[in-house]
Design a binder for this molecule. Structure first.
Ligand code: MAN
Length: 530
């Protein structure tokens, strides 16, 4: 009886061990164990076929999806599950099974070479625990900082909102005042325009009057020139001395009759001449008397010379004197070069002193001047006011833009606005200016290359704030516009950790900041599979 009980117990033990064996089928995770039932045929996971259970793990690939060979390297697309008891279970490609390299920390992937791998799962787990503790500590310290940043971010937001309200109220008053200033300005400008128009007309009339007077003066001079016998009338005969007045220049004879036709009479006095004759001949009449200005100049030259001559040689005949004096003066000038220089300078000084100030461009009346100045002042006041209003509007706009920015669920990322973080690599200095841009500057000089402008948070629904997207940077030669993805992780300080360019002109930055720290770090769970 005892012997029977013993055999039954042995039988039980074998069955349990077989069951365990089935449960622990090589390369299969606990969750998939139920799919491998030794008591039934095995159906490939893709449902493509069923095979005898004996063909599972027989080192021959039957299922197209490789599911019949979880523990061997027979299927190219198979997957081997490392239990890694004491550490984390993991799946490796079947091709790594029995390839002489230890992939699982429990060494289970090298089951044909039991001596080459050491089970180091426990050691790994110990290291992992230290790393996790450090990470947790960092996360907690970072979280404390994050809360500070969040507090500042929130108060900054409130401050900005209040500032917007304050500026908007100010803007209302400014706009009201601007309307008044504009009305005042327009009123005074209308007055100014009228005064300037009046001034322009006055100047125009003055000029016309002066022109008329000048014309009459020239007419009177012409009359006097034509009146050769000085009897206060001009006759046809007198007119004929001016051949240019001949209405029929081709025949080369200017007859009295032709001249009388021009005069409209046999002879004319000054009044009739100015009113009726001069207007018809003033454009053709050519005076034989040199122009007044020239005469005056000549006269003044003569006077100067006379003075010099008077000093040097006394009173003599003008014509003779002039010739001698000029010669002597020239000689004198040659001899007394130094003195001349001196006099020359003195002359220049005198010239400077004597040069009259330029006449005012517009000689306004006192009233017009007052209106013009008042209008200028009004324009200036309006312009200043307008500038002030525009400044306030742009300040409001900037504040609103900042208020619309997404600085994270607790506003802590506000701390990064207007800051830049740099990282040096062998070739470049990379810069991240959160919410603004990313850039790259060659270390040996040269211009900064924009690697993207702030776009948006791009971590997706799972963790929106884990990534930032900067795009529309400088276009790559024959390529896309440069862009950057910033991967954010928790750290006790804001720091640009690494930079990469995984594909041409598409960059990835790794950035640590307390703003990404969470109070409770997700624990990595040790899996103890037995
Ligand atoms: C520059 C840099 C590089 C980039 C090339 C593309 O050299 O911006 O990062 O790959 O241009 O031509």
């Amino acid at each position: 009886m005892r012997l029977l009980v013993f055999f039954i117990s042995i039988l039980h033990a074998v069955t349990a061990s077989e069951f365990l064996q089935a449960e622990r089928l090589r390369g299969v995770s606990l969750t998939k164990t139920s799919l491998y039932n030794p008591a039934a045929d095995f159906t490939c996971f893709d449902g493509s076929k069923s095979v005898k259970f004996a063909l599972v793990n027989d080192d021959y690939c039957d299922c197209p999806d490789g599911s019949d060979e979880p523990g061997t390297s027979a299927c190219p697309n198979g997957s081997f599950h490392c239990t890694n008891a004491g550490y984390r279970p993991t799946n490796i490609p079947s091709s790594r099974v029995n390839d002489g390299i230890c992939d699982c920390c429990d060494g289970s992937d090298e089951w044909k070479h039991p001596n080459i791998c050491q089970n180091n799962c426990v050691e790994l787990w110990k290291l992992e625990k230290v790393r996790m503790a450090e990470e947790k500590d960092q996360a907690n310290r970072g979280f404390v900082l994050r809360q500070e940043f969040a507090k500042t971010g929130i108060s900054k937001k409130v401050e900005r909102q209040q500032k917007v309200e304050e500026l908007e109220a100010q803007l209302v008053t400014l706009k009201e005042k601007e309307v008044l200033l504009k009305t005042t300005k327009e009123e005074i400008e209308a007055k100014e325009a009228a005064a300037l128009e009046e001034h322009r007309q006055m100047m125009e009339e003055k000029r016309a009057k002066e022109e008329h007077e000048e014309n009459m003066k020239r007419g009177a001079l012409a009359f006097s020139e034509l009146d050769t016998d000085k009897d206060a009338v001009v006759t046809g005969a007198e007119l004929t001395s001016h051949k240019e007045l001949d209405p029929d220049l081709a025949d080369e004879t200017f007859t009295d009759t032709e001249a009388q036709q021009i005069l409209q009479a046999d002879s004319v006095d000054l009044g009739f001449f100015l009113a009726n004759v001069w207007p018809t001949i003033n454009s053709t009449f050519q005076t034989t008397i040199p122009p007044i200005v020239e005469q005056q100049e000549e006269k003044s030259q003569e006077q100067t010379q006379e003075e010099v001559v008077a000093e040097d040689i006394g009173e003599e005949e003008d014509e003779i004197m002039r010739g001698e004096v000029i010669d002597e003066q020239e000689e004198h000038e040659e001899e007394e070069g130094e003195e001349d220089e001196y006099y020359g300078e003195e002359d220049e000084e005198e010239k400077d002193v004597e040069t009259p100030p330029p006449p005012p461009s517009a000689e306004y009346s006192e009233e017009t001047q007052r209106i013009v100045e008042e209008a200028m002042l009004s324009r200036e006041t309006f312009r200043k006011h307008e500038d002030e209003r525009k400044n306030i509007e742009s300040e409001i706009q900037n504040l609103k833009t900042a208020l619309e920015m997404d600085f994270g669920p607790d506003e802590s990322y506000q701390a990064l606005q207007f800051q830049c973080y740099e990282l040096q690599t062998m070739e470049y200095t990379y810069k991240l200016c959160p919410f603004d841009k990313t850039s790259q500057s060659p270390k040996n000089g040269g211009t900064e290359t924009n690697l993207g402008r702030w776009g948006s948070w791009s971590g997706g629904n799972d963790d929106k704030y884990s990534r930032m997207k900067y795009d529309n940077g400088l276009t790559c030669w024959n390529g896309p516009a440069r862009s950057t993805e910033v991967r954010i992780k928790c750290g006790v300080e804001h720091k640009l950790l690494s930079v990469d360019e995984p594909s041409r002109c598409a960059y990835t930055f790794e950035f640590a900041t307390p703003c990404a720290c969470k109070q409770t770090q997700q624990e990595s769970h040790q899996r103890d599979e037995l």
